[in-house]
Write a protein that binds this ligand. Structure first.
Ligand SMILES: Nc1ncnc2c1ncn2[C@@H]1O[C@H](COP(=O)(O)OP(=O)(O)OP(=O)(O)O)[C@@H](O)[C@H]1O
Ligand SMILES: C[C@@](O)(CCOP(=O)(O)O)CC(=O)O
Length: 464
């Protein structure tokens, strides 16, 4: 049997506004999708006499091969996914497979004679710190994936999403990236990702991998925690009740906020790898503890940060509209932005920039307010959200012409910094390599609003 190969990809993310607050469903966040993508390519398959297997290969990493046998109970339809490579764990791969095949089985879509499948993964270089500049695309590392330092772009969310899309297309015989399928794809990827992580985060990374750049509002965590653990012994009652819960959860309305947004034209995001790394779960725990025990003063900082985030979101959306509706005013102002630093942009905007100028000034102000509140949270919670080294680096960046401001994205810490700058200023910014700039390496990527999509196979396959 020959089935055409297909390739699906999903993007990485940067959470510009909403770190920590996005854990509450009442708060919105601003998440941009990035040009760094992870690709999943479905390939060989055949119906054999033995149990079907699904093999995922990630040839850029040592030991990048994970194989599973698929065994479906004729009585209940429950599918157990058993590893054939027990000394190499990849919880995201296993969870994506188990979640999708069980959902397709429960909904009656999975064929009885399941073909075997191989999926090849390719991930853009920006997801991992590279040994040197100018490495070839899809660079090969000499270490297993868990030992290669990450840049914090959400590789597990992009991997899970592209895998779920590939599995849905192959076993579900559907176009998983059509707009009417994206909610199912999102819910499956979100559930698989949470189970693999062993925790329910806000899910902004998976939502961005599916929908692209979005103003994100989370789902209620109880949706996911209501799913019973997958049965491990063949207890018919437990299997049937697991499958029923699974379909109810995946087909439910999660009420997730995914309004489209983008970085306005002629502006760009710059992501800087600052190699160090932070433990996000430990930081989240410290922040939530401070918030719980911090009384009115903690609540006031939380509220002020929420307002500053809303201000940035509204100003970015407004600027995007202005770039389209008032192109001449917008372009003239961006030409001025190139010549001055963040404080200059603010002044210029407030004095004679028209509506465009006002919006630029609001963006600069909002970034300052976000940083002020994140620094207060850093001191009071003890979580190193914007540590002093990042403060110095961001302050130095904000003095460069064309830079509207910079922040620590997501949970912050020693993972990365993110600048918002005029596109034409980027080369000059990257030329600063001394002093505070010594420790930052600007990643080769940009904002790209697209979420999950199908790729031209010939373009990607040549890299395998
Ligand atoms: N290219 C890949 N091939 C196979 N597995 C991958 C790939 N990229 C990511 N993974 C899986 O995701 C894991 C990394 O997930 P983790 O949540 O630690 O990082 P991240 O999602 O990049 O981080 P962050 O949430 O900070 O951005 C890897 O150990 C591996 O299991
Ligand atoms: C702290 C938090 O709000 C963001 C974490 O973002 P990142 O993984 O550091 O990009 C946690 C979450 O949203 O799940």
């Amino acid at each position: 049997m020959t089935i055409a190969k297909r390739c699906f990809s999903a993007p990485g993310k940067a959470l510009l506004a909403g770190g920590y607050l996005v854990l509450d469903a009442e708060n919105s966040s601003f998440v941009t999708a990035l040009s760094a993508r992870i690709y999943a390519i479905t390939s060989s398959q055949f119906v054999g006499s033995t149990l079907p297997t699904i093999t995922v290969l990630s040839p850029q990493f040592q030991e990048g091969e994970w194989s599973y046998t698929i065994c479906r109970s004729p009585a209940t339809g429950f599918v157990s996914v058993t590893t054939l490579t027990p000394n190499r764990r990849n919880p995201f791969v296993q969870s994506a497979i188990a979640t999708v095949v069980n959902y397709l089985s429960a909904t009656g879509i999975l064929q009885t004679a399941m073909p075997s499948l191989t999926i090849n993964i390719l991930s853009d270089n920006a997801y991992h710190s590279q040994p040197s500049d100018g490495v070839l695309p899809f660079n090969k590392h000499l270490l297993p994936i868990v030992a290669v330092p990450k840049t914090g772009l959400g590789s597990s969310a992009a991997l899970t999403t592209s895998l779920v899309a590939a599995l849905l297309s192959f076993y579900g015989d559907m176009n998983p990236v059509a707009s009417e399928s994206k909610t199912i794809l999102h819910n499956l990827a979100q559930l698989a990702h949470c189970n693999a992580q062993g925790k329910v985060g806000s899910g902004f990374d998976v939502a961005c991998a599916v929908f692209g750049s979005i103003v994100y509002r989370r789902f209620q965590p109880s949706i996911i925690s209501s799913l019973p653990s997958a049965p491990t012994s063949s207890d018919r009652e437990m299997e049937a009740s697991y499958l029923l819960s699974l379909t109810n959860i995946i087909d439910a309305d999660w009420n997730v906020g995914t309004g489209a947004c983008a970085v306005p034209r002629r502006l760009r995001l710059l992501m800087g790898d600052v190699t160090g790394g932070s433990e996000t779960p430990a930081m989240v725990q410290m922040v939530l503890q401070w918030r719980k025990e911090g009384g009115d003063s903690a609540a006031a900082v939380w509220t002020a940060l929420g307002k500053a985030n809303e201000k940035l979101i509204a100003a970015m959306i407004g600027l995007g509209e202005q770039a389209v509706e008032m192109p001449e005013e917008y372009d003239a102002f961006v030409d001025e932005v190139l010549k001055v630093s963040a404080m200059g942009i603010r002044q210029l905007g407030l004095s004679n920039g028209g509506r465009t100028g006002e919006l630029f000034a609001l963006v600069v102000d909002a970034i300052i307010e976000i940083r002020d509140n994140l620094r207060i949270m850093t001191i009071r919670s003890g979580a190193q959200i914007e540590p002093i080294e990042q403060t110095r680096l961001l302050d130095a960046c904000s003095t460069l012409p064309g830079v509207l401001g910079g922040i620590v994205p997501g949970a912050g810490g020693y993972d990365a910094v993110c600048l918002l700058a005029a596109e034409a200023a980027v080369d000059a910014i990257a030329k600063h390599t001394e002093g505070e700039f010594e420790k930052v390496k600007w990643l080769e990527l940009r904002e790209e609003a697209h979420g999950v999509r199908e790729e031209d196979l010939l373009e990607i396959e040549k890299f395998l």
